[in-house]
Design a protein around this ligand. Structure first.
Ligand code: BGC
Length: 729
């Protein structure tokens, strides 16, 4: 039965002060506190995000002894699908696993912006772009929540580094915060309203994210009108009173009452009001009852069916980085024999380290799966050892086998210990023995195809030596099956990079500012994160944001824009045609970027605003339609404290990668805002003049000032300098 608002108020009235205080902390590792005498249920929360890590009991840690559940591809892979429907499906499957295991909230998705490719937890995050991350998160959340299971959108905010993540303050100017690090959360909250948001470990601009009035009160509650529950990341509350006041609802995990005295004292001295405490408790009560509304004790998961789904999901995420002379797919007509090389082919790396680790229900490997898919002879050699980055003793055998075959598949990437929650990477390299292997094999075998497994970008000094590279990320428990079927053309790759792959670490946006030391991390590259940086600095990446090939080809044409002149408040509709001009069925991701031709502030060369993934049969054409609004043209103006789109010319650039936008349309935007909007003692003459309303006032004031001065002193200053410079258009 649904609990009404009136029921909640009645329960709130009946709670003792001690009970209320007890509710601002969890009960144990994975559950919130129940109040049995009033029927307030406990909520079971569990990691998340790409599978369920359910401990046997809520008080057990759940590492090693977690219940088996389907391991889907991790977030960096899912994001590479650019497929909102796929993210929704993944969410729905996860919800079913939660229902079957009696878990009410899955702790995900994680959507922190990938500021540096070195971030140890990048495999658990979506993208370097806020629109892509926000849209995918919303789809995932809607998928989970439509089955009556909650999510926790994490980690709010600016948690883009692992090293010293509990103490290093992310120092970010407001424009950058708004445009990059909050827009992803804003989109997800607006489009999916997650039941909970998880406040991050790190301080932001000096204030703990769990006790941050700017983030939790001003932005989340007031501006975005978020009415769900804010959980703390696990063991991140140092200032409980400030946290409650700022907007934190539940400290996780349960803290055994260590903060009770401090909270009581604050209530006694008036530092914390009971009304504020009530506000937090009220939301938590609503949450606790809602979490049990759809609990289904008979829910059951068909793990075999979910395994099949995990395979199809993985296949949608793979990015074909390179495919010279159609080296892929493998067909018997092209290659009469194949050498498979790499220990990953028998010991797959399919997920990342840390709190998101799922105990899979089943695991496939590339050696077995490829053997099933191909009809020609296949040899196997390991080529390297996963437990020794430098041992090159296995290369000679791999080279011999590669020489004897017509194509070599070399499966390499980042071993488990290279990337993890809890620490960051120090470089972009894969183990030296694997690099040596690729170099040696590619010298003897022209058809060397590299299959990568890694949660984050790597450098590839060898990329020119090989005709094909397939990025498969950390593809989950059925990933190897999807890889085998992609290599052989059963699946046509359709993923696009959700983050830039740089040539070298020194090219990356925050090379000089990562990781943050001395407890501060200055986001000095500002809004120029990811492709925004490479565009601005004209640095050629190894593979750009949005890039990804297919076994077929697509063409974009016939861009039309609803109006060449757009005034503020008008929607702008953009249409474009996509044609599959190849001979295979496939999916294309169409990406729409906005370019502001002339801006007062430095702006990125282009910014992703819309995207769509579309399936097309050979020869088929479809028309896509995108709608844009004023916010899509805006930057955040710190001085005015608001989003602003300036009057002037804009371009819509549409393509299939951030560096391939062949279809371009132009329009002129007319703003109704008169700038600047606010004045103070530091407002400059130019700013007064920029505003049509204050321009005449400024003219009179300045002219009067010069007229009072003797002409011998000011000379022709007024007539020839000030008037011409400032007031003549
Ligand atoms: C992680 C969270 C996770 C929580 C519970 C924390 O260390 O940052 O993402 O949900 O632990 O495992």
């Amino acid at each position: 039965m649904k609990t009404t608002r009136a029921d909640i108020e009645e329960i709130l009235q009946q709670l003792t002060l001690d009970e209320k205080i007890s509710l601002v902390s969890g009960r144990d590792a994975w559950s919130t506190k129940p109040i049995e005498r009033l029927g307030v249920p406990s909520v079971w929360v569990a990691d998340g995000p790409h599978g369920l890590r359910r401990a046997p009991e809520t008080y057990l840690p759940g590492f090693g002894d977690q219940w088996p559940s389907t391991c889907f591809p991790t977030a960096s892979a899912l994001a590479a699908s650019w497929n909102v429907d796929l993210l929704k499906t993944t969410g729905e499957l996860l919800a079913k696993e939660c229902l079957a295991y009696g878990v009410q909230v899955i702790l995900g998705p994680g959507i922190n912006i990938k500021r540096s490719p070195l971030g140890g937890r990048n495999f658990e995050y979506f993208s370097e772009d806020p629109v892509l991350a926000g849209e995918l998160a919303a789809a995932y959340i809607n998928g989970v929540q439509q089955h009556g299971v909650g999510t926790s959108l994490k980690h709010f905010a600016c948690n883009s580094q692992e090293q010293n993540r509990m103490v290093v303050s992310s120092n970010v100017d407001e424009r950058t915060l708004r445009e990059i690090y909050l827009t992803n959360f804003e989109i997800a909250i607006d489009k999916s309203n997650p039941w909970t948001v998880m406040a991050a470990y790190n301080p932001v601009n000096g204030d703990d994210a769990t006790a941050n009035p700017f983030l939790l009160t001003d932005i989340l509650q007031t501006e975005w009108q978020y009415d769900g529950v804010v959980l703390s990341d696990w063991v991140s509350v140092h200032l409980p009173v400030k946290a409650i006041k700022a907007g934190l609802h539940i400290e996780m995990p349960g803290n055994d009452g260590v903060h009770v005295d401090e909270i009581k004292l604050a209530l006694e001295t008036g530092a914390l009001s009971e009304t504020t405490l009530d506000d937090r408790v009220r939301d938590s009560l609503v949450f606790a009852f809602k979490a049990h509304e759809q609990a289904d004790p008979t829910a059951h998961v068909d793990h075999e069916a979910h395994h099949q789904e995990a395979e199809a999901i993985a296949a949608d995420c793979f990015v074909l980085l390179k495919n010279d002379h159609n080296a892929l797919p493998l067909t018997p007509e092209k290659y009469n024999s194949v050498a498979l090389i790499g220990e990953f082919a028998v010991k797959p790396r399919f997920q990342g380290n840390g709190s998101s680790e799922v105990k899979e229900t089943k695991l496939t490997n590339l050696k077995d799966e490829l053997a099933q898919q191909i009809s020609v002879p296949m040899s196997y050699s390991s080529g390297y050892r996963l437990d020794d980055d430098h041992d090159t003793s296995l290369i000679a055998e791999a080279v011999k086998q590669a020489q004897q075959a017509e194509a070599a598949i070399v499966h390499v990437g980042l071993p488990q210990h290279y990337e993890s929650e809890g620490y960051d990477r120090k470089h972009l390299h894969i183990p030296p023995a694997q690099v040596a292997l690729i170099e040696a094999v590619s010298q003897v075998q022209a058809n060397t195809i590299v299959v990568l497994t890694n949660g984050a970008p790597i450098d590839m000094p060898w990329h020119n030596n090989v005709p094909a590279i397939l990025e498969t990320w950390l593809p989950g428990q059925a990933g190897a099956t999807a890889i085998a079927k992609t290599l052989t053309g059963v699946y046509n790759p359709s993923g696009k990079l959700p983050e830039t792959f740089p040539v070298r670490l020194e090219d990356t946006p925050c090379f000089l500012d990562f990781p943050g030391l001395d407890r501060k991390l200055n986001f000095s590259e500002g809004v120029f994160v990811g492709y925004r940086w490479y565009d601005a600095r004209k640095i050629e990446p190894l593979f750009p944001f949005g890039h990804g090939l297919s076994y077929t080809q697509f063409e974009l044409s016939d861009l039309s824009i609803s109006s060449q002149k757009v005034t503020q408040g008008d929607a702008l509709t953009v249409q474009v045609k996509v044609t599959n001009s190849g001979i295979l069925s496939g999916q294309e991701v169409v990406q729409l970027y906005v370019h502001d031709t002339d801006s007062r502030l430095p702006r990125p060369e282009k910014e992703l605003k819309r995207f769509a993934k579309i399936q097309l049969a050979p020869g088929e054409t479809k028309t896509l339609e995108f709608e844009l609004n004023t916010r899509d043209l805006s930057y955040f103006d710190e001085q005015q404290g608001k989003w602003l789109a300036e009057s002037g010319d804009f371009e819509i650039r549409i393509g299939n990668s951030s560096q391939h936008t062949p279809v371009i349309g132009k329009f002129t935007y007319e703003s109704a805002e008169v700038l600047p909007l606010g004045f103070d003692v530091r407002t400059t003459l130019r700013e007064w003049v920029a505003n049509e309303e204050t321009k005449p006032i400024a003219y009179d004031l300045v002219k009067d000032f010069f007229m009072t001065m003797p002409h011998e002193i000011v000379g022709d200053l007024w007539d020839f300098n000030i008037k011409n410079d400032f007031f003549m258009d």
